[in-house]
Design a protein around this ligand. Structure first.
Ligand SMILES: [Zn+2]
Length: 344
């Protein structure tokens, strides 16, 4: 069952918020070409056709290899600024009006980019995006879990000592297997004491106990993925009761094989259990998707029409860390868009 072209058109124009999307992981072939052109020693191709091939992944290891080759293109504060602003441009094209972008500053500072210059670059891009593209960006600084406690220490330091105005939350990404969540508690404690919200990835590739750890040890206020929550009815009930949203990324889950097939994706079970579900794109160009496509996937999996899709968009606004005024404004935009669509 496919989504009608009319529904695609509705989704494309729907004002949206995105809560789970990674900075480097959002580098589209267009952006990668622009970055590669700045660094002539790279093996990343710059011609659009060659790049399309380059972005066709054979397996997950290949995805990691390509991801790291893009990380290697981000060497100067100007690269950081270019990436950030161009990611916002790709968002504006999809009518994403607000995004909490997951940034991993450790991968840049470790590579020698000055921390202050890094913060200036992302903030400069944020201000320009708001003014020129009408996209509001906020930052979530995340610990790359695979880099261990040294990365956790550096990320907590950057977030609490140098965190820019746009920083609102603190996260934890990377692999879950072999990277237990509780060891990161002291870093989350520090970030939360500094007023940052807690948004770790959990339950993407491991079971519900990782989600419990994220809640109990890291004070999670939203869960990145949370796919395995459906294995534990008590956990689903807890998430629903305490209004702890899940950041669901359907296509990503297939690409990483966290879920075998879209037809087996548990998003419907999450919704049926009363959990506040948001739909997100994770590393969109790398998974061959974008947020509009994820909404189309969700419409199919959940059987949504225009009203249902507008509700889904409002879920993301509700689950965001916007203030009450910002939420009311975006809710009103979504309502107005739906009303105009239904009237025409
Ligand atoms: Zn993610």
């Amino acid at each position: 069952m496919n989504v009608s072209s009319e529904l695609h058109t509705f989704i494309a124009g729907l004002p949206k918020a995105e809560l789970h999307v990674h900075h480097v992981g959002s580098a589209s072939p267009r952006i990668v070409a622009a970055l590669a052109a700045r660094h002539s020693d790279t093996r990343v191709p710059t011609a659009p056709e060659a790049l399309a091939d380059y972005f066709t992944f054979t397996d997950f290891a290949h995805f990691i290899e390509v991801y790291l080759s893009v990380v290697d293109l981000i060497r100067t504060p100007e690269d950081v600024r270019l990436l950030t602003f161009e990611v916002a441009r790709d968002m504006a094209r999809q009518n994403i009006r607000y995004a909490e972008l997951t940034v991993t500053p450790y991968s840049s500072t470790r590579r020698g980019i000055d921390a202050h210059a890094f913060m200036e670059a992302i903030e400069d891009a944020r201000h320009a995006a708001e003014k020129e593209l009408n996209v509001a960006l906020r930052w979530s600084f995340d610990i790359p879990g695979e880099a261990g406690l040294e990365a956790a220490e550096e990320t907590a330091h950057l977030a609490t000592e140098l965190g820019p105005d746009g920083l609102i939350s603190f996260g934890l990404g990377g692999p879950e297997i072999g990277v237990p969540r509780p060891q990161f508690k002291p870093y989350f404690d520090r970030a939360r004491a500094a007023g940052l919200r807690s948004v770790p990835h959990a339950g993407e590739t491991t079971g519900p106990e990782t989600i419990w750890d994220a809640l109990n040890e890291l004070g999670a206020e939203r869960i990145g993925h949370g796919t395995s929550a459906v294995q534990d009815p008590r956990l689903l009930a807890h998430l629903a009761e305490h209004r702890i949203p899940l950041e669901v990324c359907p296509t990503s889950n297939i690409a990483t094989r966290a879920v075998a097939d879209l037809s087996e994706h548990p998003v419907k079970q999450m919704v049926d259990a009363g959990v506040l579900v948001t739909i997100n794109s994770d590393d969109p160009p790398m998974f061959g998707t974008d947020l509009n496509n994820e909404y189309a996937v969700a419409a199919r999996l959940l059987g949504l029409d225009e009203r249902g899709l507008a509700e889904l968009a409002k879920n993301a606004v509700e689950a965001s860390f916007l203030d009450a005024v910002g939420k009311a404004r975006l809710h009103a935009e979504i309502d107005a868009y739906l009303a105009a669509w239904l009237a025409s």
